[in-house]
Design a protein around this ligand. Sequence first.
Ligand code: ADP
Length: 258
Amino acid sequence: MITLGIDIGSTTSKCVLMKDGQEIIASSLRVGGLGTEGPAEALAELWEKAGITADKVDRTIVTGYGRNKYEGADGEVSELTCHALGGRLIFPGLRTLIDIGGQDAKIISLSESGRMSNFVMNDKCAAGTGRFLDVMANILRMDVDELDECASKSVKPASISSTCTVFAESEVISQLANGVERPDLVAGICESVASRVSALARRAGVVPKVCMSGGVAKNGAVRRALAKSLGTDIDFDPMAQYFGAIGAALYAYRQLTK
Ligand code: ADP
């Protein structure tokens, strides 16, 4: 049975094609979420990679910020449910999922049996989200993918005291002008995101096994700072940004087989 999960986020669109609720056949990601060509482009890329056409898909579920506006699916499911399902498929026994996306951060708690038992979310403020990293990378004229390696060269991470993205932006510009080394600044920026999210995670309660999902999970400096601050290991999988789409494809499979 072939199912398709589409995750239309605030900044990126992700698709996952799955066989029998277990095997990922193909995945695709395009920058551009709700209200852009992102979803259509991600789908076109998916068909090309998988070498099959849409008529071979048995069921499609859409999730994410833009799910309500998308008309090409058989059903829609909340991203909380999908991230929990995707996370649990990749990490059996998962109890806490920390999702940092382009516009929000969520902590999802799972029961022993894998049901979502609680969640807390930060969606009012860009600090502690991918947006914060996007803004800072832009100031430093870097790509977000380069931040992790740059931070790894830091000797003394800079302290970013502002909790507001707009003020932190000015702070980073003035630290740059004062000669603070770029790796130290980047490490400080990553630690700032981790510190915001760890406060959120403490509110939710952190029970191991813990993993991260969302685009920011790809940044090892954020992951390490978060693990240190929470005093727990944090598991990571290179497919972390696709957990929502994986969960949607799995949800579609479960609907077909129940
Ligand atoms: P959404 O579903 O809200 O669109 P995603 O989970 O797809 O969000 O994550 C998108 C965010 O992840 C963007 O802010 C992007 O800059 C950030 N991101 C992507 N790759 C990396 C990376 N290598 N390091 C840090 N942040 C990243």
